[in-house]
Design a protein around this ligand. Structure first.
Ligand code: AGP
Length: 608
């Protein structure tokens, strides 16, 4: 995610843009920049680092005079954070400049086409393609140039565009990335999100996909991608400023849970091309992938839980042995890494000390390390031999949700790719797996939108003391994450247990009314898990079951059932975790806990 802001009106643009970008820093903060027309030409200042660096560089905007400008605060996806990769990007003579939030999926093809036509690129970003493509199509009509570009690019975007030839106008458009425009007595605004302009106006227009907006100081025009003018109705924002940063959600954690359909889409779809899985970032040939003899997955916390799922999925689909380690254990147990092994480290922040140490230990022994990381340019991203990014955008809440879901997707893609190159997945199964993967975003959205049942159930357990999560196989991995979500934000003690292991001691803790959440998404284990549910019920437990719609037999053993839609059992974690995330969230809210910033915790554990 990135933040974009633009202003055209009667006041100086740069201070307004800086103020707006500050409200959007939660969307991205590794670099920032502005482009302002000074009456003669477009001046651009941009820099790596937090927005404060840009503010200091421009003396609060004073060094960029003018009443028409655009600005950007970046969350790097393509191209590490740097001055050159910061936005705005521009054409060669700096007469066209653009800021972008999103991912241009066909940027490699477009970059090659433009290079062949003599265009020179200075950055590693996908966005720079847009600046040169606008130049390529611009023949004096900016609207025509913009719409022609929209017909060529694939992916997601929210754009702010300046043409030096038309200094009395800003152009804006979007597809799948958010964009609003607004108007006040002092001018017109563009922004990625409401907080950026709420101080100036509560009258906004939500731009629909591939609509183009031409903003002038005192009015706006809206067009379709075919240049037909359309009328739009404004919306009045009722939120207060703080709520607006969370887009109206009470907490960042809830907002990020609801971003999971997009997170899954953004991590999945750029790696599915022409009905094949293409993971260029692995930098390994199919032959090299097929030669992998063992995979070591190393991570901490929720990333470790994703890794446990990865073990089951990779071993199941690719038949490669997988060992999963807590990074804090791996780094000190003198692990045995044999020839043909690959190490995969998973980290949202890319700064977790134990995980970084495990990466360094592996590299010191001569083993290649793949990083599954969310933060571009983070230490783990920079030191890993190859990086598979989870394009979840900044995750603000300490308790991870959307990044965890994206980590699962990365592991599924890796597992299916490995299974395919090793000949274990035939065409029919491959098509079925791809189809199930593509259904996940909508299924997640459906579960989120039907949260009432789990929300009502959670309210009954605000006073709980001990909660157990049990499951077998992948359901055990799901239980690990469900348990952590509950305890880290509600401070209620919880344990996850392999369902078959409970009877070997811990079942002695089950008392009358103890809540046991039984996860059962693996058809070949349905009956076994039901037996474990019967065991705990016999000792007084109240059993919440999370299971697939087909598994009606579970109702004889469960007191309360949450159903998830059908998917391939290997991918069930992506769905079953949703009600468990919601359960932990609503219990914590019911207890009045600080959901986004739980006690004792940090978003990134950069110490041992
Ligand atoms: C998860 O909700 C926690 N915030 C924590 O367990 C986290 O997953 C762990 O610290 C690993 O962080 P990383 O993914 O940034 O490496």
């Amino acid at each position: 995610m990135c933040g974009i802001v633009g202003y055209i009106g009667t006041k100086q643009a740069a201070p307004i843009i800086l103020d707006g970008l500050e409200k959007l820093e939660y969307r991205g903060y590794d670099s920032a920049g502005m482009a302002v027309y000074d009456g003669k030409k477009i001046n651009i200042t941009k820099s790596v680092g937090r927005l404060k660096v840009l503010e200091n560089l421009t003396h609060g905007g004073e060094t960029l005079p003018g009443v028409c400008g655009i600005g950007h605060t970046r969350w790097a996806t393509h191209g590490a954070p740097s001055d050159t990769n910061a936005h705005p990007h521009f054409n060669k003579d700096e007469t066209i400049t653009v800021v972008h939030n999103g991912i241009i999926e066909n940027y490699i093809h477009l970059r090659q086409m433009l290079t062949d036509k003599g265009y020179e690129f200075v950055s590693d970003t996908d966005t720079e393609v847009l600046a040169h493509l606008l130049d390529y199509y611009y023949k004096g009509n900016p609207l025509e140039a913009v719409t022609k570009v929209l017909h060529r690019v694939e992916g997601s975007y929210a754009l702010g565009i300046l043409f030096a030839d038309c200094p009395d106008q800003i152009f804006a458009t979007r597809k799948d990335s958010p964009l609003i425009v607004g108007q006040s007595k002092e001018g017109c605004f563009i922004a990625s999100d409401v907080p950026a302009i709420l101080k100036y106006t509560r009258k906004v227009y939500y731009v629909d996909n591939q609509e183009v907006v031409r903003l002038r100081a005192d009015h706006m025009h809206f067009y379709t991608v075919d240049e037909e003018e359309i009328q739009k109705e404004p919306v009045t924002i009722e939120w207060d400023a703080d709520a607006a940063e969370k887009a109206g959600y009470e907490h960042f954690m809830l907002k990020e849970m609801y971003e999971q359909p997009k997170t899954v889409t953004d991590t999945l779809m750029p790696r599915i091309k022409d009905d094949d899985i293409v993971i260029d970032e692995l930098n390994m040939t199919d032959g090299e992938l097929a030669a992998i003899r063992k995979i070591h997955i190393v991570a901490c916390g929720s990333a470790y839980h994703a890794g446990v799922t990865g073990k089951y999925v990779i071993e199941g689909l690719a038949r490669i042995p997988v060992e999963v380690d807590l990074a804090s254990e791996f780094r000190y147990r003198n692990p045995i890494l044999e020839e043909g092994a690959m190490v995969v480290v998973i980290s949202q922040s890319g700064e977790t000390a134990d995980t970084l140490a495990a990466l360094r230990e592996s590299k010191a022994r001569g083993f290649k390390v793949l990083g599954i990381v969310n933060v571009v340019g983070s230490s783990i991203a920079r030191e890993a031999d190859n990086v598979m990014y989870t394009w979840a955008g900044p995750e603000i809440a300490v308790a991870t949700t959307k990044a965890y879901s994206a980590q699962l997707i990365a592991l599924y893609l890796l597992a299916v790719k490995l299974g395919r190159v090793r000949g274990g997945i035939d065409d029919q199964m491959f098509s079925s797996l791809l189809a199930d993967l593509k259904c996940l975003p909508d299924q997640i959205e459906m579960l989120l939108n039907n949260k009432q049942k789990i929300q009502k159930f959670a309210n009954r357990y605000v006073g709980a003391r001990d909660v157990f999560f049990i499951g077998r196989g992948i359901d055990y991995a799901i239980s690990l994450e469900g348990s952590l979500k509950l305890k880290e934000i509600s401070y209620i003690h919880s344990e996850a247990y392999a369902a078959g292991e409970l009877k070997h001691g811990t079942i002695s803790l089950i008392e009358e009314g103890t809540l046991v959440a039984a996860v059962s998404t693996q058809p070949d284990l349905y009956a076994k898990t039901i037996s474990n549910m019967v065991e705990v019920k016999a000792r007084g437990a109240f059993v919440l079951a999370v299971t697939c719609e087909e598994n009606k037999a579970i109702e004889k053993a469960a007191d309360y059932v949450i159903y998830i839609p059908e998917t391939n059992p290997y991918f069930a974690n992506s769905l079953a975790i949703i009600p468990l995330q919601l359960f932990g969230y609503y219990v914590a809210v019911g207890k009045g806990c600080d959901v986004d910033k739980p006690r004792n915790l940090a978003k990134s554990v950069t110490v041992e």
